[in-house]
Write a protein that binds this ligand. Sequence first.
Ligand code: HMG
Length: 391
Amino acid sequence: MLDIGIDKIGFYAPHLYLDMTKLAASRNVDPDKFTIGIGQEKMAVTPVTQDSVTLAANAAWEILDDADKETIDFVIFGTETGVDSSKSAAVYVHELLGLNPYARAIEVKQACYGATAGIQMAKGHIAMNPDSKVLVLGSDIARYGLNTPGEATQGAGAVALLISAEPNIMALEDQSVYFTADIMDFWRPVYSDKAFADGKLSNEQYIAFFSEIWSQYKAKSGLGLKDFEAITFHLPYTKMGKKALKPVLGETTEEVQERLKTNYQTSTEYNRSVGNIYTGSLYLSLLSLIEQANAFPAGSRIGMYSYGSGAVGEFFTGLLQNGYKEHLHIKQHDDLFASRKEVTVPEYETIFEETLPTDGSEVAFDVQDDPATICLAGVADHKRRYVNKKK
Ligand code: HMG
């Protein structure tokens, strides 16, 4: 049987962030509510020179070599904050990265579930075409609005996953359980650049979906918590996965519970400093786990719970590959976090309100202030102008 899975993982977040304790002070909220109750320390703030296309392109740029660029024949872009209702964000990224023109490039949408759908599609494509590689992107900017209950769970960033046969990081297993139900827990009408959420309902449904899917998964696979080194979660905020995991922990021994709790904590480190990145959040959590924990033995099983409001959920699993640590970009990610610049609350509010023209007028940005390799340089003739400073 051909192993198919994650060969490389890249990550990018904007270079600006807001300290959650300062946001709390300005909103007259106890800072512990944000740092403990919600579990967020920093929130990525997106300058106008970045959008979901550039975030994804920057995440992929750091991991792809020339051979990958030649071999990738499918780009799947999971996003719910795309930049065009017709043209897929994947086509822009395809050009910005200089990929082989004999490729498919599409966008996939189902709230935070998009990238997971992309991974499953990629797996099927590689099963049919074992020599090909698929670039799956999960990129979003989470916006709820200033002074809203969702504000503390905003964020922005992208994860790029190279899916191939005989992968270096993780082989995906075939068993998975997925579930759909029509629920208005979170949505964003086409006329709004901010999401609407029924916060309480969304929390309840996230947990209810996990409970349902996990029961089905156990029945189908015959596996239980003891068979997992870690379970990673879609993390709209870092307390959320904990709320879903807690009710099922009683199914196993104290020792396994401790292992899962410790590894859950490690899997939240990056997300705690970035916020919700919607489609990429689960994979940012996976990345946090495998980059920040000591090396797990080859063959360790990691569970992944994907949840996209509306809603679709899926639980699937992967086995870590021998020597996977050598294929991670830990130093780059440490540098990315260390080089970010803090903004004040008033600066964040100004940046939040600075949106692109919607009336066709032209705008040009100075991309030198943005350290990213790939930036949005402006809009003219209703077209976004992107620049790759290294191409
Ligand atoms: P809220 O009403 O501001 O907060 O909304 P709360 O009153 O529910 O408090 C939050 C937690 O802080 C509670 O803990 C409080 O007890 C605690 P919990 O009971 O839940 O364990 N707390 C404190 N802790 C310590 N010290 C204190 C203190 N005060 C309170 N002083 C909410 C929070 C997350 C609902 C809001 O931010 C929101 O609506 N966010 C957006 C929706 C969301 O993220 N939903 C998550 C599930 S849906 C999902 O994951 C999909 C999504 O990613 C979208 C997609 O799929 O595309 C969102």
